[in-house]
Design a protein around this ligand. Sequence first.
Ligand SMILES: C[S@@+](CC[C@H](N)C(=O)[O-])C[C@H]1O[C@@H](n2cnc3c(N)ncnc32)[C@H](O)[C@@H]1O
Length: 203
Amino acid sequence: MALHDVSWRPSATPLDRASAAFLADAEARIDAFFEERWQEPIVGFVPSDFARLWPVLAAVREQELAPGDRFCEWGCGFAVVAGLAARLGFAAHGIEIERDLVEAARPLLAAHALDVALACGSFIPPGGERLAQIKAEMAWLVTDGPDGHALLQREPDDWDVVFAYPWPGEEHVIERLFDRYARTGALLITWRTEKGARVQKKR
Ligand SMILES: C[S@@+](CC[C@H](N)C(=O)[O-])C[C@H]1O[C@@H](n2cnc3c(N)ncnc32)[C@H](O)[C@@H]1O
């Protein structure tokens, strides 16, 4: 694997008012979504800890850790991390397989005037399904669906920064896909339930 951990310092820049309002609204909408869907949950959707991701994204920006500003959230749910990336000046995109989540993300982003391009499709590029096979019973990952990169009129190696929140213990699936498809120099940020953020670079 050509992935290496990147050393980074959490940014000390506090969450600005507009970003804080965005997060508060996102959390309220996600709570309402769970409430509404309690009998029909989308099992793969678990939101990450957005406030704890802000200092990571801000560090990537301030410490110039990425080769450019094209950002994609793989499996974006409500696209909150992509929204924060947009607040920080990244050209933000999100790919999500569940239409109901994409439809919930759009009005949230619009309410905060956040420019995030969304695609309802899969972040697993065609041919990558084999790398994404998981034997676990409760796999969160959907391994079919239209190519989300193509829907965004992008290639999988266009991204400078990819963010994903994989199921605990299944980080290697995202790493394998990123290692195979990302461009050299691109950054992979993963959120890990117990351990927080990990930042890796493809060399
Ligand atoms: C653990 S949730 C994380 C959601 C969001 N990134 C966050 O941090 O709040 C993983 C998301 O990936 C989506 N997903 C699973 N397989 C996918 C695929 N092949 N392509 C796109 N989205 C996928 C799920 O529907 C779910 O919303």
